[in-house]
Design a protein around this ligand. Structure first.
Ligand code: GAL
Length: 341
């Protein structure tokens, strides 16, 4: 079943689309193609929202945490906002500490109006969010067409990222979903996380991805499930990073790339992706806003698995680069599988 609702955000009339299919209920805003709620059952069959959501829809307008929005043209930080495409140096806007480029800068997809449409069959609903970008409005080269498809089927949410450009450009899109499998009743500290990666990228003093390290040397070994509170050691939480905010280079030795488990509710989520990297972010610097379950948006209330190409790519020439050639189809997929354990 699909319902549509209009929401007023200052001068903008937004549309929120809600899909109910089997045991999943998902709401999406056309602004940022942002997920405003994702409900799945706990072990007693009770549907609860397992992503952080603002209580006041107006908070999505500036959305400093990029809560559940689509990020693009590029995800993560780029040093000095400088990229090289075909030997041409391009200056992007420096929206992070007035120095570096973060999450596509002011043209981030989180702040764009997408067009929503849908297709519905008995066991699958596809919500298409599409966006056209004129190169004149962008620091990045190319007129682009972007399409994000949320595919909802029993026990599964799959996100298909597609794009095309009429010039060689950078494209590195992700979904910035913040999960809390307790339904927001508790922080994520007691949840168990797994990421199938033996290499992780360290961050420098300015939060820039800087060097590739073995996970065990960074105390970020999650190849076997670990309770999040055991990972958030003083070393990490007392550092400038204040928690986990690192790109993990996926091994791709297993069919599952990451997972999250909440013992109390029984909710188990597995993540698979075609992307080479997952940035795991333990929500270390939240803005103080009210969330739907009347909790404050506090540190470690949620955890993100931002599947993408390597951020700050030019520092890592041996890793996959987010270069999209003119006329080529960008196509990547991330899937979240929900079950009870
Ligand atoms: C993450 C990023 C963090 C922080 C967050 C938004 O993707 O790695 O450093 O900027 O987004 O609050």
């Amino acid at each position: 079943m699909i319902t549509r609702k209009q929401v007023q955000l200052k001068d903008k009339t937004l549309e929120e689309l809600t899909v109910k299919l089997d045991q999943i209920e998902l709401s999406i805003l056309n602004y940022g193609a942002t997920i405003t709620s994702l409900k799945t059952p706990n072990k007693d069959g009770q549907l609860e929202n397992i992503v952080l959501s603002y209580q006041d829809i107006k908070d999505y307008e500036h959305n400093a945490s990029y809560l559940n929005a689509i990020i693009g043209p590029t995800s993560g930080r780029i040093k000095d906002g400088r990229i090289q495409i075909n030997h041409q140096s391009i200056q992007l806007d420096q929206n992070f500490q007035d120095k570096h480029h973060l999450h596509g800068g002011k043209e981030c997809f989180a702040f764009q109006m997408f067009d929503l449409s849908y297709e519905e069959t008995k066991d699958l609903v596809k919500v298409h969010a599409s966006l056209k970008i004129d190169s004149e409005d962008s620091f990045y080269p190319g007129n682009k067409t972007i399409s994000i498809t949320y595919e909802i089927s029993p026990g599964k949410l799959s996100i298909l990222f597609q794009g095309e450009s009429d010039q060689d450009t950078y494209l590195n899109m992700t979904s910035h979903l913040y999960f809390n499998l307790s339904g927001g009743k508790e922080s994520i500290l007691a949840e168990e996380v797994m990421i199938q990666a033996d290499k992780v990228i360290d961050l420098d003093k300015e939060f820039l991805p800087s060097s590739i390290q073995p996970v065990e040397e960074m105390n970020l070994d999650m190849r076997k499930p670990v309770v999040i509170s055991d990972l958030l050691t003083d070393n990490l939480t007392h550092s400038h990073i204040k928690g986990i905010d690192h790109p993990f280079i996926l091994d791709k030795t297993d069919t599952i790339d990451a997972s999250l488990y909440d013992k109390k509710s029984g909710r188990f989520m597995q993540v698979t992706t075609s992307y080479p990297v997952i940035v795991c972010y333990s929500h270390n610097y939240p803005e103080d806003k009210l969330l739907t379950n009347h909790t404050r948006n506090e540190p470690h209330q949620g955890i993100c698995f931002e599947a993408q190409y390597t951020p700050n790519p030019e520092v890592f020439p041996t890793l996959d680069q987010p270069l999209l050639k003119k006329g080529q189809l960008y196509q990547e997929r991330t899937t979240f599988h929900f079950s009870i354990k």
